[in-house]
Design a protein around this ligand. Structure first.
Ligand SMILES: Nc1ncnc2c1ncn2[C@@H]1O[C@H](COP(=O)(O)OP(=O)(O)OP(=O)(O)O)[C@@H](O)[C@H]1O
Length: 766
């Protein structure tokens, strides 16, 4: 019989503890499910009770989601401290004992008490003696890794400075699934500092490829939701990413951390109700993103506030009325004086047309043939005005002079009319203007979204009909509330036929009635995230932007409107900018919008790409003239990235063959080619590998992408086809190639027709 292994005994002890945590989790879940059923079974008898019931249902349902999410990998860490007897366990959520008095059973990774798990070092041990990483499979503890934070530890000199290095490397070497996973078990100190940074103001996180910017941004979202739960539950948190494929790739991370109430979108999906994802030439997107477009949109709106080239003649009840150019000018100046917003000014424009036509009509009808004063009295004129107001020709004229405009109509009609474009882009070069011209039926692109939103800002809404409806509805509610109060108090009767009911109510009564009427207002049962996503004017509590270097000036305007408090986290890498509209330095892009009121944090370690691949990518970065240097890789694989020269004719076949070879390896695969070769290579790869997906779903098989489409993603194997084509195709071609090469977590191959560009000479020729 062998001696019991001390490691086994430790494992058994941890298993006992973790088992207890799971029992506690089950208990809490069962209790929350019971509360949810009780709330659902409740039959509320008044609107206030309905509101309370709905709030309770939402609260319990969210709690169940969070408890379920925590079940997988519930506890992953333990801290033994110098000054405490009991160890502190760290996990996905906080769990207390029944009486809630002792040290919590489990500390949420986001709580201040958990921070030493990520940041304690032998030099700054933060009271920690030993950090233990627990590995679990299902509910079973399958492994332990200890780090002693003791300066006298003889192994210390060998350590890399990474927290939980072996656990981290195991996570980094794992094959990818096509979906990003959370990193709560292995967050590194430089990442932790950013995740927990103060939420106020603008925090810019710069980092090379694979430094965990996206991971950090998402964990920061979870941290902010935990720390400022109440405020963010009301105002919401917005995360903006570069593309729908990217959003699909990161979609599991926050739910796995128990957080679901976040709005995730890309620019093309930011405008409620509009799917603006059509592709367009990068040069067109760049023009649309320029700050000069603010003026173009403003001019386009003013151009729709027309004056006449020549007089028009209307017929009112058989009487011809001449509407002169000067009359049109008067309409325009009255409407412009009424409101800055085009649609809000429209009622004034309509009134002005009616007034002018009625006056002229009265002048005609009341003309004194003997040459004296007009025979019409004020009542006659008022009656004529009412008649004129129902005349369709008068409204048609008002529409012509001051049309009701939606943003879609304004921008659509602007871009499809050479005449309108010329007027709105005076002083522009013909080439730039030409880029904006497109057919009326052209679908919307992401770069159109900021223009539509800009137009909305100038158009406003003519909500007079809606306001009337609301006023009547409010009067109805007030009447109903007062009747209810009267019933309660058995008080006097009131004549409700009077329009102005406030005269009928004493001040005290009105307050009571208003209070009661307010309770009857319908409660919006949608969640904050749903309401925020559907409302263009919603302002968020915090906004996170990933790949922020890609945003154009116009896109910044849209985002900043959604966050007047400027509580933002912007993550990106200026060396990965691919569009002309994108940033080459943070100062250059942020200064016009934020001045110098932002702070910069940097991430310096590349967790994704092995050193062998990074060496090649760094040469490409340098050849592109980038000022930034690539982040240092945390690991190497010993596998050299290779190149394979082929003829032009053999290119697609060779790519498909190499893809088939890589597909036989474990994990995910992407083939990245220039936009001009996308269709041909996709067809060839699909023929060789029927599982190759074409719909941007990264979980179902190999994908063929452009460098731009691969932004923010990663794959175990990456095959880059035609690097020279990538450099030539892009407006910042070297950056595009750099992005493509740095998507690989394990293997990289490059297939090239013709010579290999000198910056890729570091590849191993095959
Ligand atoms: N502390 C960590 N523990 C485990 N994995 C990590 C850690 N930090 C980053 N990673 C992993 O490294 C990979 C790269 O991270 P991420 O995609 O967030 O980088 P990025 O900086 O956004 O890259 P890019 O700019 O190239 O898109 C991901 O697989 C991520 O899970």
């Amino acid at each position: 019989m062998r001696d019991p292994d001390p490691q086994d005994a430790e494992l058994a002890a941890e298993q006992a503890y973790v088992g207890g945590l799971h029992r506690r989790l089950d208990e809490l879940r069962a209790r929350t499910v019971a509360r949810l059923s009780d709330a659902l079974a409740l039959v509320p008898h008044n609107p206030q009770a309905i509101g309370e019931r709905d709030a309770a249902v939402e609260l319990h349902a969210q709690r169940i989601v969070a408890l379920d999410a925590a079940d997988h990998g519930l506890c992953f860490g333990r801290l033994d401290r110098h000054d405490a007897e009991v160890p502190r366990y760290i996990g996905r959520i906080g769990l207390n004992t029944e009486d809630g008095r002792e040290e919590p059973l489990l500390v949420d990774w986001r709580a201040p008490a958990a921070q030493p798990f990520y940041t304690a070092t032998p030099l700054h041990d933060l009271g920690v003696r030993r950090r233990r990483h627990l590995r679990t499979r299902g509910r079973t503890v399958v492994g332990l890794t200890d780090e002693t934070l003791d300066l006298s530890d003889p192994d210390l000199a060998q350590r890399s400075g990474l927290a939980g290095e072996s656990v981290l490397l195991a996570a980094l070497n794992a094959t990818r699934t096509g979906r990003m996973s959370d990193i709560v078990r292995t967050i590194q100190a430089e990442q932790d500092r950013i995740i927990r940074a103060d939420h106020r103001g603008v925090l810019v996180v710069q980092g090379g490829p694979g430094t965990g910017k996206t991971a950090v941004a998402l964990h920061r979202a979870a941290y902010l939701l935990y720390t400022h739960r109440e405020r963010l539950a009301r105002s919401g948190l917005l995360i903006v990413g570069p593309s729908p494929t990217f959003l699909g790739y990161i979609a599991d991370v926050l739910p796995s951390l128990g957080e679901t109430g976040v709005v995730l979108t890309d620019l093309g999906g930011l405008r409620p109700g509009l799917d603006a994802h059509a592709q367009e030439a990068p040069k067109v997107a760049e023009v649309k993103g320029r700050p000069a477009m603010v003026r173009v949109v403003a001019t386009a709106v003013r151009d729709r506030q027309a004056v006449l080239d020549k007089p028009v003649v209307l017929t009112v009840d058989g009487t011809p009325i001449r509407f002169a150019k000067a009359d049109a000018a008067q309409v325009r100046s009255r409407a412009r004086g009424a409101s800055r917003l085009h649609n809000e000014a429209r009622p004034a424009a309509v009134r002005a047309v009616i007034d002018i036509v009625a006056r002229k009509y009265a002048d005609k009808l009341g003309e004194n043939v003997l040459g004296g004063a007009n025979l019409m009295g004020p009542e006659d004129v008022a009656a004529l005005r009412r008649e004129v107001a129902t005349e369709p020709a008068v409204h048609a004229l008002a529409d012509r002079l001051w049309p009701r405009l939606t943003a879609e109509r304004l921008i659509g009609e602007l871009f499809s009319s050479r005449r309108r474009l010329e007027s709105a882009t005076k002083g522009w070069s013909g080439t730039d203007r030409e880029l904006l011209l497109r057919p009326a039926s052209a679908p919307w692109t992401p770069a159109d979204v900021p223009l539509l939103e800009e137009a909305d800002e100038l158009l406003g809404v003519d909500d007079s009909a809606e306001r009337d409806r609301e006023r009547r509805e409010r009067q109805r509610r007030l009447r109903h509330a007062q009747e209810t109060l009267d019933l309660l108090h058995g008080s006097r009767s009131t004549d409700w036929e009077t329009e102005d009911e406030s005269e009928e109510l004493s001040a005290g009564d009105l307050l009571d009635a208003e209070g009661l009427a307010g309770r009857h207002e319908e409660r919006d049962s949608r969640s904050t995230a749903q309401r925020a996503a559907a409302d263009r004017t919603w302002t968020y509590g915090h906004v996170i932007v990933d790949e922020a270097q890609e945003l154009s000036s116009m896109a910044w305007r849209v985002l900043l409107r959604r966050i007047p408090t400027r509580s933002m986290t912007l993550v990106g890498d200026v060396a990965q900018t691919s569009t002309l509209a994108g940033a080459t330095s943070w100062r250059e892009v942020l200064e016009p919008h934020l001045g110098s009121t932002w702070r910069l944090e940097e991430l310096t370690v590349n967790y994704r790409t092995p050193a062998e691949i990074m060496a090649v990518a760094a040469d490409v970065l340098a050849a592109g003239g980038a000022a930034a240097s690539a982040a240092e890789s945390v690991r190497s694989t010993g596998e050299l990235p290779w190149s394979h020269q082929v003829t032009e004719d053999g290119f697609t076949g060779a790519v498909a063959a190499a893809a088939a070879e890589y597909d036989a390896e474990d994990g995910t695969l992407a083939v990245i080619v220039p936009f001009s070769r996308l269709d041909a290579v996709t067809a060839a790869v699909r023929q060789a590998l029927p599982s190759a997906s074409g719909d941007g779903d990264l979980t179902s098989g190999p994908v063929v992408l452009t460098p731009e489409g691969s932004k923010g993603l990663e794959f175990d194997s990456v095959l880059v086809g035609d690097p020279v084509g990538i450099i030539a195709d892009g407006v910042r071609g070297h950056n595009d190639l750099y992005v493509a090469l740095t998507r690989a977590t394990q293997r990289l191959g490059v297939v090239h027709p013709g010579e290999l560009p000198p910056e890729l000479k570091g590849l191993d020729p095959r």
